[in-house]
Design a binder for this molecule. Structure first.
Ligand code: BGC
Length: 562
């Protein structure tokens, strides 16, 4: 598994208000709108900078809503924009109820939600519930003494008789997960950076404070939440050490199996409580950031009575990290048949992992592979999570030297792991200065050097671009009944090279999706005729004998079967 949690340290200007907003082509889906939705992740620091400080802001998102409506997505998930010392770029929150001034104001946020709604785009925010910043008022109070009103709001323990930390638990970001606090003469626990103390989820007052905060954001118009690092809420009350492995991570610590610090059974009660709060308002969705080892564990995240996450992330499929028809098929079969009828949430890209372009490219067929990934993400019966820039083929651009690294974990583990800056570089809008992201002399991370060729402006103009491929696929999902409501079934299940499946509309109309997951031409081998709806090599509308139709290397053919 290469997810960032097990592998992070492993070797292995003014806002342009738009009079007539671009609209998605169909009205927002009512009720369970999130089923089969396309959700687009925005890392606000890197999307659009309207005040010229080199850092993206909320107005920079509002400014580009017409672009997102044109792409056709249903919702945006915005990574944290709350006040924060920015040690972990917003994942260290010092106030859950405000906006960090570098991202704007609450009025900017309200306008973003209102403008998004006009375009049938829903807003999902990021909830970091495992921990706060050490500068949050709750923690300042908690650390001040052993008997203040918030003394028990975080995870505090005495040291061992020798004075050492309570046990050997390790932070996912390197070294001991315990930090000594002289004022209390105790240690506090932090699964992530030491500036991110873990909240005590066994404390009812903590849970109530969180529930009320969620209600306030829902009342502001937020329609969903992505629950960050959610499996890490609880730790073993007996403080048993996590078993060590034989390998070392990039920080030089022994790798451990987080059996006593991750995914504890008590977690499910907490998720149910959170879902109960979300259900107080209709149409609210909970997305889980979960990296789980198998489909059985993933199925549990929906809840025994479907009363936990509506959309826990499936990381088995998109983070397979090698191109194999058989392996993608096996993972897709599980996602489509072993989640008790629940909707899978497929994902290839986010702000914690190297971009899919780099994880799957072979150096020879990169563009074809990027289209294959688009089809793998968007053609199954599933909700799909995209990451800004994926639609134009942005690549991972690592810092050149340790001095250039912004993500602290990249400093700790340099050069074995260069941190997550590479997948967080500014969005490439144009071939102009700073790729149209910012007018600043310097941007918070450098713009990737390929921006003059790879940018939104040029790809929108080019009918054969990756952007237009994504746009057409998303449009098919909305407009073609087989994609919108259709059932999913694998076909040609023994083909070692071509992954094929059909989507069948309620009226029987059938679409075939044939994906060549190999570097040589392959026959589709399906005994029917068809008309291409979208293909990486054939013209839309072209008819084909699907028995003999040849797919070029990594070719995609999607068409109506006759
Ligand atoms: C986020 C990371 C963050 C970590 C700690 C993760 O799951 O996606 O970016 O560093 O949580 O909050």
């Amino acid at each position: 598994m290469i997810d960032w949690k097990s592998g992070i340290l492993g070797v292995c200007a003014a806002l342009a208000m738009v009079a007539a907003p671009a609209q998605n082509t169909s009205p927002a889906k009512p009720g369970a709108w999130w089923k089969n939705a396309v959700i687009y992740e925005i890392y606000p620091r890197s999307f659009g900078d309207t005040n010229g400080d080199g850092i993206g802001d909320l107005n920079g998102i509002t400014e580009h809503l017409d672009y997102l409506a044109d792409l056709g997505i249903d919702a945006i998930w915005i990574a944290p924009f709350y006040p924060s010392p920015q040690v972990d770029f917003g994942y260290d929150i010092s106030d859950y109820d405000a906006i960090d001034p570098q991202y704007g104001t609450m009025a900017d946020f309200d306008r973003l939600v209102a403008e998004a709604r006009k375009r049938n785009i829903r807003v999902i925010t990021d909830l970091v519930l495992n921990h706060t910043s050490d500068l949050h008022a709750w923690f300042k109070e908690s650390r001040s003494s052993r008997d203040n009103p918030k003394a028990d709001w975080y995870v505090w323990h005495d040291g061992r008789p020798s004075g050492e930390a309570p046990n050997d638990w390790l932070s996912l970001f390197g070294h001991s997960a315990w930090q000594w606090e002289p004022a209390r003469k105790q240690y506090y626990y932090h699964m992530f950076y030491r500036e991110q103390p873990d909240l005590n989820w066994n404390n009812a007052e903590v849970r109530k404070a969180i529930d009320d905060m969620i209600r306030r954001w829902m009342q502001r118009g937020v329609e969903g939440f992505r629950l960050d690092a959610i499996t890490t809420l609880f730790e073993d009350p007996e403080l048993r050490d996590d078993p060590m492995k034989d390998t070392l991570n990039g920080a030089g610590d022994r790798d451990v199996d987080h059996v006593h610090t991750d995914n504890l059974p008590r977690l499910h009660d907490a998720i149910r409580e959170l879902r109960h709060v979300a259900d107080e308002m209709p149409g609210r969705v909970l997305i889980g950031e979960v990296y789980l080892p198998n489909v059985q564990e993933l199925a549990k995240m929906y809840g025994a009575k479907n009363d936990e996450f509506q959309l826990p992330m499936d990381t088995q499929y998109g983070f397979l990290n090698h191109l194999s028809a058989a392996d993608f098929r096996a993972r897709l079969r599980e996602a489509e048949t072993e989640l008790n009828g629940n909707v899978p949430l497929l994902v290839f890209d986010n702000h914690d992992n190297r971009r899919s372009w780099d994880r799957y490219a072979d150096g020879l067929h990169n563009d074809a592979i990027a289209r294959l990934i688009a089809a793998l993400l968007l053609a199954p019966k599933a909700s799909s999570l995209m990451y800004y820039g994926q639609e134009i083929g942005m690549v991972t651009t690592d810092p050149k030297s340790k001095a250039d690294v912004r993500d602290p974990v990249g400093v700790t583990a340099w050069p074995l792991f260069k941190g997550r800056d590479g997948e967080r570089t500014p969005m490439q809008w144009t071939s102009g200065r700073n790729a149209g992201f910012s007018t600043a002399a310097e941007t918070w991370l450098p713009v990737a050097p390929d921006y003059s060729m790879r940018n939104v402006e040029s790809e929108r103009r080019d009918p054969g671009s990756l952007f237009n491929f994504y746009k057409a696929l998303i449009r098919l999902r909305r407009e073609n009944a087989a994609f919108r409501d259709g059932e999913f079934a694998l076909v040609n299940e023994n083909d070692p090279n071509v992954l094929s499946f059909v989507r069948r509309a309620p009226d029987g109309a059938t679409v075939l999706v044939a994906l060549n997951v190999s570097a040589s031409p392959q026959a589709v081998n399906y005994d029917r005729h068809g008309v291409a709806l979208l293909s990486s090599f054939a013209a839309t509308g072209a008819t084909a004998d699907l028995k003999t139709l040849s797919l070029p290397a990594y070719g995609v053919w999607v068409g109506q079967v006759r």
